[in-house]
Design a protein around this ligand. Structure first.
Ligand code: SIN
Length: 471
């Protein structure tokens, strides 16, 4: 057991392995009153940080990236131990997370302003882009590294300072990231990680502290709305990556083997615990039975177990509440007429495991099709024609990611345009990358992470007008 808690600290957070239930570490937990002075330090430190050249900040970020890559294996082991994610996925997450640091190290050097043709003789019009200020971030347990780097790297590259509250379940990877950032030479006060046992009070502090100018949150829509309401009190800038209810549409001209592969990648990644996981598999009537049969064969072959075991493809859910919710949704769907198409494998005796599952005969009105499942369960819904498929796909308050499989170019284009989502993947089950803007519409959030747009979230545009030119 790692003992990171020091005598005299005010509070402690116990970290458990969701595959075994064992305690793996105890870390210092901060109370909001202890974080308020750290916000003041971050505000002081950011003035020096913002005063450095973008190139200098980029150099330090690049060093941080190199260290994360160098320690990839240690970080992956930590991710698996505290989140339960299979080791191969944890290694992938480190590469994915580090890529945001590399990307924004470069992008920070291109925070260009502009000159605008003037509206009057003797006047000149231009814009400059300046760091937002001291920021706060609240990050989830399902990607304990990547969801931090995709907020922290653009913030630092832009010249902001940032304080991160990691998820209660996964503070270890966050603290390791912080340690490597300091080793790279990034000042401690500009990027700090503050685990807590009181997330609601910490969120409230971030929203009400006058020095915090921006809050970035990844998590549930319910909590996102609460934070937005609190942040409105000071009109703070917010970025919100919230829940999803992703449709995965298989049209009758799709390559079915490719579509099965796509569902495995999208639905079963991290045991179904990502906000872009396919949540409803919508399959056109002509290929429905064949598709359900093929998908069930593939899902029955997914090995379930401790993520530390190299053969594991499906690890545990994060905690017993998550498991109870998935069990309740599956039972409710079966009671409403859905059919279990997969066999129940023997599950490990400890931990919060759920069998990878395919349900056929699901309809749009069932709770399982209306809720974000966050588990390894694929509910398959039948639709008859293109218009009905799109209508069902859009019939949700969420609008994060959507997937579609088809060959007809006209149909692909029509569907891409008609889907009310922030992201659409065609003939592929994975769309996350540092080079593209990740984010949702409707109740899935506001703002974008990754790509050049991710930097804008941490910059203000200032319009400067220069008069008296002709005098
Ligand atoms: C998330 O689940 O919040 C992020 C998933 C991703 O970046 O792919």
């Amino acid at each position: 057991m790692t003992e990171m808690f020091r005598a005299g600290d005010s509070d402690k957070l116990i970290v458990r392995n969701p595959a075994t239930g064992e305690t793996i570490a105890t870390v210092r937990a901060y109370r909001p009153a202890e974080v308020a002075p750290l916000i003041e330090q971050a505000e002081t430190a950011r003035l020096d940080w913002a005063g450095r050249t973008a190139k200098e900040r980029a150099l330090l970020l690049r060093r941080w990236f190199d260290l994360v890559i160098l320690r990839q294996e240690d970080m992956a082991q930590l991710i698996t131990a505290e989140s339960g994610k299979p080791l191969a996925e944890a290694r992938g997450e480190v590469t994915y997370g580090a890529a945001f640091i590399e990307w924004f190290a470069e992008e920070g050097k291109r925070a260009y302003g502009e000159t605008i043709p003037t509206f009057a003789p003797g006047k000149r019009v231009m814009t400059i882009r300046q760091p937002v200020g001291t920021c706060a971030a609240i990050t989830p347990w399902n990607f304990p590294v990547a969801m931090i780097t995709r907020k922290v790297a653009p913030a630092l590259a832009a010249g902001c300072s940032i304080i991160v509250k990691p998820a209660e379940a996964t503070p270890l990877s966050a603290l390791f990231l912080e340690e490597l950032a300091q080793e790279a030479g990034i000042p401690a006060a500009v990027f700090r990680v503050v685990p807590t046992t009181d997330p609601a009070a910490m969120g409230s502090l971030f929203c009400r502290h006058p020095l915090i100018r921006k809050l970035s949150f990844t998590g549930s829509t319910r909590v996102g709305k609460l934070l937005m309401a609190q942040a409105a009190g000071q009109v703070k800038r917010v970025s919100m990556e919230l829940g999803g209810n992703a449709p995965f549409i298989v049209f009758d001209d799709a390559d079915l083997d490719a579509a099965v592969e796509g569902v495995l990648a999208s639905k079963f990644r991290n045991a179904g615990q990502t906000c872009v996981c396919a949540n409803r598999i919508l399959v056109q009537a002509g290929v429905y039975d064949d598709f359900v049969r093929r998908l069930s064969v593939a899902v029955n072959a997914l090995p379930v177990g401790d993520g530390a075991d190299p053969v594991t493809k499906i690890g545990p859910l994060i905690n017993s509440d998550a498991l109870d919710k998935v069990v309740r949704l599956v039972t409710g769907a079966q009671q409403a007429g859905a059919r279990m198409e997969t066999q129940a494998p023997a599950l490990p005796a400890t931990g919060h495991f759920h069998a990878p599952t395919v349900l056929s005969g699901v309809t749009q009105d069932m709770e399982i099709a209306r809720s974000e499942i966050f588990g390894p369960v694929a509910p398959v819904i039948r639709f008859s024609n293109e218009a009905e498929g799109i209508r069902l796909a859009n019939d949700t308050p969420y609008g994060l990611a959507a997937y579609l499989y088809a060959r007809d170019v006209g149909r692909i284009w029509r569907a891409m345009e008609a889907l009310e989502y922030g992201m659409v993947a065609v003939n592929d089950g994975i769309l996350s990358t540092e080079v593209a803007p990740f984010g949702g519409i409707k109740e899935s959030g506001v703002g974008r992470e990754g790509s050049r747009h991710g930097l804008d979230e941490y910059l203000n545009i200032k319009y400067c007008m220069l008069g008296g030119i002709n005098r």
